[in-house]
Design a protein around this ligand. Sequence first.
Ligand code: NAP
Length: 489
Amino acid sequence: MVSRVIPVDPFDLVIFGGTGDLARRKILPGLFRRFCAGQMPPSARVIGAARSDLDTQGYRDLVADAIAEFNSDFDHEADQLKGFLDRLEYVAIDAKGQEGWADLQKLLQGTDRIEAYYFSVSPSLFGDLAERLQQWGMADANSRIVVEKPFGRDLQTARTLNATLAKYFDERQIYRIDHYLGKETVQNLMAVRFGNMLFEPLWNSQYVDHIQITVAETVGVGGRGEYYDKSGAMRDMVQNHLMQLLCLIAMEPPARFDPDAVRDEKLKVIRALDPVKPHHIARGQYQAEPCNEAHHPGYRTAVGDPRSRTESFVALKTHISNWRWAGTPFYLRTGKRMAARSSEITVVFKETPHSIFAEDAGRHRNVLSIRLQPNEGITLGVTIKEPGPGGMRLVDVPLDMTFADALGPEGAEQVDAYERLIMDVIRGNQTLFMRGDEVEAAWAWTDPIIQGWEARNDVPKPYDSGSDGPTDAFELMRRDQRQWREVSA
Ligand code: NAP
């Protein structure tokens, strides 16, 4: 199967923070892959913008190094790299001052094309950038801005940021990025749910016992300790990534696959979420790896605060109060320095109401697991007869839909989430981006949880590096006679 690449219209993409970590690791290598795939039109330009004193050649060298480092497993010809680098320009600019803005204006003047501005800078600069773009006449009806996470740190700050951006741009011009929504499997989740008759009739509390969403990382806070300690797993992961996955798995079928129809349904899910009771949450902080403390210090050492109360792990149970899901618990879990890097959504169906197989004493449940990483794919566990003459014993086996196996190497070609989302920005498709009211609703649900911890001076429980989290998380499940799926790669 050969994947189709549909070129986008001519564009200029200005990356504010074009020298930063995200630009070098994800945005620029991703754009290069789209260039090699033939998706970028010949006249498209990518303009790096940051304070560093570089000329265009210096910037091209920096991007060439980034591509060599972060795209090392991507096969390409030398002339493809040169072709891409030739599209790059650089402007030294200060988001907070006036330096460089006249140069950027001059570069963009007189072109009749899509203008996209990627705010890959600290969120404290988002408002300044939006204001400067307006002030220098670069915010017209054809322009759009891409805003990175975190989008606020609570409801109040998110509202303020939404209001600031709304002064200069319409909602249809604002692309709040959550790269989880750009993952192939996440979109496949919608295809599986709404493109098949098979699942939808069973997709409710009558047939679904519970749903688990796990996003486990093996890395610790690394060099981001200072930022992370002010944020924690709830703000950094649950409020955005896990919430988005929860919305997609739980939402009603939208009338059309169009941005507002999809986002309206997601918003209804967030607004129907029950508040989380304190005893339905487990928080944790990872400990140092024994015998390897120098390389893998514990959380508090890594963030430089021996009394830190910020969680690097959180697990919680919540319910969605609507007709479809009343009574079905949703368990969410995410953490750092866990046993494996794995993101998975698991739908556990109920047992059959009555077993006709007297010889079989086991409990059998269909389990649909949607893996976002690694080995993107979908597996459905079904119950069959154990082969052999041993009588009518039942065994659970997986029906595996790993994309690479099902579609072959070309069909399963994995386009990185950032590549897909940037092309969606150019196409003007907001379906996979969060709307302002969605982000605010997510904070409105998250805020009381965090405020409760603060009011109770809650201290996260320690957990071993390389484990599946603190014992409280297992207790959360055990009390409900359920268990977490093992975190495995
Ligand atoms: P970073 O490595 O610190 O890069 C920041 C960039 O902003 C640099 O290019 C810096 O260049 C530029 N900059 C700083 N002050 C500026 C100013 N006054 N005017 C113009 N440019 C300025 O940060 P990052 O990790 O790339 O993160 C960028 C954004 O993406 C943040 O909002 C972050 O939360 C978000 N994000 C990052 C990741 C990631 O993996 N890195 C993941 C998810 C979200 P100069 O110093 O040369 O000005």
